[in-house]
Design a protein around this ligand. Sequence first.
Ligand SMILES: Cc1cc2nc3c(=O)[nH]c(=O)nc-3n(C[C@H](O)[C@H](O)[C@H](O)COP(=O)(O)O)c2cc1C
Length: 731
Amino acid sequence: MTISIWRYSHLALAVSSFIFILLASFTGIILAFDPVAQKTLPYRVNNFNQITLAEAIPAIKKAYPEVTDITVDANQFVILNGTNEQLENVTVYIDPRTGKSLGIPAEQSSFFQWVTAFHRSLFLKETGRFIIGLTSFLLLLIAVSGTILVIQRQRGVKRFFSKIVRENFAQYYHVVLGRVSLIFIIIIAFSGTYLSLARFEVIKTQQISHNIDFDSISTDNKRVPAEFPVFTKTLFADVKSIEFPFSEDPEDYYTLKLKDRELVVNQLNGDILSEIPYTQTAMLTELSLDLHTGRTNWIWALILALATVNILFFIYSGFAITLKRIANKVKNKYKAGDCRFIILVGSENGNTFFFARTIYKQLLDAGEKCYIAELNSYDTFPKAEHLIVLTATYGLGDAPVNAAKFLSRLEKIHQPKPVKFSVVGFGSHSYPDFCKFAFEVNNKLAAQEWALPLLEIHTVNDRSPDEFMQWASQWSQQAGVQLNISPAVFQVKPKRPQTLTVTGRSELSHAEGAFLITLKPSGRVKYTSGDLLAIYPANDHRERLYSIGKIGDAIQLSVKLYPGGLGSGYLNSLKPGDKIRARIDANKHFHFPNNGAPVLMISNGTGIAPFLGMIDQNKLKSSCYLYCGFRGEQSFRLYKDLLDASLRSLKLKQLQVAYSREGDKKYVKDILARDESFVASLLDDGGTIMICGSLAMQQNVIELLEDICGKVNNRDVSYFQARGQILMDCY
Ligand SMILES: Cc1cc2nc3c(=O)[nH]c(=O)nc-3n(C[C@H](O)[C@H](O)[C@H](O)COP(=O)(O)O)c2cc1C
């Protein structure tokens, strides 16, 4: 529930202020380049931070018969107003050590003046200044709510910078860039707000007025400025400006505006006649100006520019995320009370709605009355016979926003007649609590008297169309409703297939064994080992997926030939030179971790395919260990030469093979159990375990890992899963 409050606040604030944030950001980015351009001018002298007033003032007085004032700007350029030897009034940049003129200050370019005025007030005078101040404040609130959302998403402050699971481009980079730029955006927004408050005198600005007792001004102990104690102690770098005395009259004096205080100094002997330190609010105003404009440091100015560019990206990506959510809202054709089929959806980012809508449309096409809604809208459905719940899981195995109220509503609201229900959990194995909320929903439903389970709970990993199809087909059979169950229907945004040419294939390892086939895509296509190749053996909707091993610049598949198998039979019929249409799907969660840490690859059967490619691609020679299982030596022979060559070239450090039907009959799990201390220390050293092969093998290996991790590492497997140290691609 809390996530929704912060999310809605974040969104509401962003929507209400984005136009002004957009304008302020554009102009802010331009203005950040002003300090950078200024810093390239040659008016700052070397070792400026070491020059004292005692050293500089006599030299300046010698060079200029009359000095009105000296200002030190944010770039540490010293500007003098006075009269030169030709008795001309001058305003010049000077070298404070010698008084030498370095150049004439130019006015700020009219372009920057225009942008500055727009940035401050939108050319709307006080109203504009108020709007900009308010925009800064709203930006501050957006950044704070954004920080809280990242903390919630990452499950705690400590994990703020840990890995982010990539859902889609807009969402991933909204969080990734948010994490690095939030602190800078908070500084920009806070300083902007503070400056506005000071401008409107909500924060009182300090009015300095010196109270000087002229009668007590001493004319004794006359000294030259080079000997004034205050001048010897004060560095030019701490000065903002110096007003020089008008005349030699003792009642005229030096006024020193320093960074932290203002001083009035007797011009005859250097006595301090008055000293007023700046209040904290005045100092904060100065600091805010420095931080907001980057005027004192060009690196900071560039950081501000980058952070502001990120604000523009957040506006784009934030809207992209929101539009996606809105696009998933469905208009119902029938009223809830009239429908036999009810579909309830728990979704945070809208993907689950895609699947739900597909079923909804198909039920309508089949002539059924169907109603679709969010899980939170659970109510009494008088005519319902079937309830389908499709729900994602978020946070620490929690409900998505639009499902947070479901469980409590379920306790209170009962259906008047028996309803058959089926729950599909959408989740990701990248998270420790896989589909946890869906399981909770399933259990709670099962406990209701009126609810009859039509199917066991079904889970879908990473929105797999295949896994969803399995459920759809079972449900359609059990419910007695005809659904169009094809991958084409459930494939999210299918990519265009490409043409690949068969460049080679091996013999079958043995009858009904496996074979290797290599294919080359025409044109430049980016892919890597672990990605998937989808083929269409019958040139229709039926799709078969194979794990890719990238060997050289070709795709290598390892295919087990099944009698009557659609995909394997088709691939087996191909000869070199044949062309096929297929699609390469990026499978990012199963890519080789190029972090230099050791990698333990575990496979059975043709699950070895992506590992053959990863080992071949292991140019940096990370320590790779391959534990693979086969029925017998004949099956393994297909890969032996390749693996022997990899061992020789050190791309593979160690190979362990288990034969389940020969010799001492072992499964891959058994040889891992034998080497449990190696497995445990690999995980402790930050290494990665990759598993590819059958689901049964995956289950056995995960059980073993649970045991090893609990016993030796004192951790749960989920701990390593959450850190991306256990990757799986099983089928
Ligand atoms: C921040 C975040 C947290 C997640 N937490 C879990 C989790 O704990 N368990 C799980 O199985 N899936 C988790 N997922 C994966 C989502 O449930 C999955 O991607 C789902 O398909 C998203 O569906 P939706 O787009 O309809 O919200 C999480 C995803 C994100 C972005």
